[in-house]
Design a protein around this ligand. Structure first.
Ligand SMILES: [Zn+2]
Length: 63
């Protein structure tokens, strides 16, 4: 799925990920220019699903 450009500054948005433990991670989408971001999603083993959801949340943002 394509990540839309930032609605605030037009910058590139990327998936960000932090591993909390070996069984939990946080995934969110953030702008590389203005650092605006979505709320993070905590997941255990559904990384792909969490990424999709993060992208959908980001793409739904109104300008
Ligand atoms: Zn931005």
């Amino acid at each position: 799925m394509e990540i839309k450009k930032c609605p605030f500054c037009g910058g590139e948005a990327r998936i960000a990920k932090t591993e909390l433990t070996t069984h939990a991670m946080l995934i969110w989408v953030k702008c590389t220019r203005c650092h605006n971001h979505t709320a993070s999603i905590k997941t255990a083993s559904h990384e792909e699903q969490a990424m999709q959801e993060s992208i959908e949340r980001w793409n739904r943002r109104a300008v």
